[in-house]
Ligand binder design. Structure first.
Ligand code: AFP
Length: 359
């Protein structure tokens, strides 16, 4: 008798994959059947973050056709940077999507000087969402890849002052982190401390579909990603490192101007992304709580590393909400190589002997 309920194994596998929604995946990561309250919360939160990503993706895909997507709002944010219309739109989308979750009491983003409270959620919603709504916003007007970065933390204490002092803790306090890359496709990559997993948005279904579980970054890669326009204002050790790469056959440089896009390349193919301090910005450009710490959490979960040059990014305790840190992130061997230059205090007069460091 023929079993009409079964399809060939390859098709069965494809169906199982298509049915693995993001929320279900989060639950499976945590529970294995017996889901506790936090697992349920994280699953619901990821569902809302994914919804925000879908709405932003849709708006970006029409950006040249609608009035309110391209160009600048004419204002500057707390970092003194020009606010693009998409920055404002995406920030609002995250707020509204998480407001409705009932779970998030507080949101903090690059676009808001102070945390945004949702008082009606606070009695039950003990989570804070930190996010960069649009990372790489200078790419929007020229139709290049941009991203969103997110990080979830438990809210500690009642924070009656509204100063969010409990956020000034190290990156190991993150419960979940990830990014959404709006590129040739829209991909969401996340961790809840149990590996790194990626989901692609299937526009025909309007769902993120699992494509890869337990992503591992290669131990080394041939790509380095840094804005070489800042060469003259980097510390000498970074200049020496990059000159070493120039002299070593096999390296290639890739830099898109969006951390999410560059990070995704490094995560998938190996190599290193750097945003070091510069003369005018000794701590670099990237913000700890909603850019470098979430990326560091993700990269470590994928077997990689993230360093400021002298310290693990996840150990940095911020002094303020919008604190910046230098970032060296990627394959463990490549990050170690950069650190060896920083640690050696390499100077132009004393070039480092690196032959033994590079396999
Ligand atoms: P925004 O988040 O303000 O769009 O900045 C993007 C970013 O922080 C990061 O995504 C890029 O890697 C970096 O800035 C690019 O900065 P430079 O133009 O200085 O290289």
């Amino acid at each position: 008798m023929v079993d009409n309920t079964q399809l060939p194994p390859a098709q069965e596998l494809a169906i199982s994959r298509d049915l693995m929604t993001l929320s279900r995946h989060v639950l499976q990561q945590v529970g294995g059947g017996s889901y506790d309250a936090q697992a349920q919360d994280l699953s619901a939160l990821m569902g809302r973050i994914a919804l925000a990503g879908k709405l932003i993706s849709r708006h970006l895909s029409r950006s040249g056709l609608v009035e309110d997507a391209l160009g600048s709002t004419g204002s500057v944010n707390v970092q003194g940077e020009e606010v693009k219309k998409m920055d404002q739109y995406a920030n609002r989308i995250f707020i509204r999507a998480l407001e409705q979750s009932g779970l998030v009491c507080r949101l903090a983003s690059e676009e808001m000087e102070k945390p945004y409270y949702i008082p009606e959620n606070c009695p039950v919603g003990r989570y804070t969402l930190l996010f960069d709504p649009i990372d790489g916003s200078s790419n929007i007007d020229v139709n290049l890849a941009v991203g969103s970065i997110f990080s979830v933390r438990q809210q500690e204490g009642n924070d009656e002052t509204g100063e969010a002092l409990d956020l000034l803790q190290d990156g190991r306090k993150q419960l979940a982190a990830g990014y959404i890359l709006y590129g040739s496709g829209t991909v969401l990559v996340y961790t809840i401390g149990k590996g790194v997993h990626s989901f692609y948005l299937d526009p025909s279904l309007g769902e993120f579909i699992l494509v890869q579980e337990n992503i591992q970054v290669p131990s080394t890669g041939n790509t380095y990603s840094i804005n070489e326009g800042n060469f003259c204002s980097w510390p000498e050790s970074i200049r020496q490192y990059v000159m070493h790469l120039h002299r070593t056959p096999g390296y290639t440089s890739r830099y898109s101007g969006a951390l999410v896009a560059d990070m995704h390349r490094i995560l998938m193919l190996g190599g290193v992304y750097l945003y070091p301090g510069t003369e005018s910005h000794p701590d670099g450009k990237l913000r700890l709580l909603y850019e470098t710490a979430p990326m560091a959490f993700l990269m470590e979960q994928a077997g990689g590393r993230a360093s400021t040059g002298t310290q693990n990014v996840l150990d940095v305790i911020p002094k303020k909400l919008h604190q910046r840190t230098p970032l060296i992130i990627g394959s463990p061997d490549d990050v170690a190589l950069v650190e060896s230059f920083v640690g050696s205090g390499a100077s132009a007069q004393e070039p480092v002997q690196v032959s033994e460091l590079r396999r």
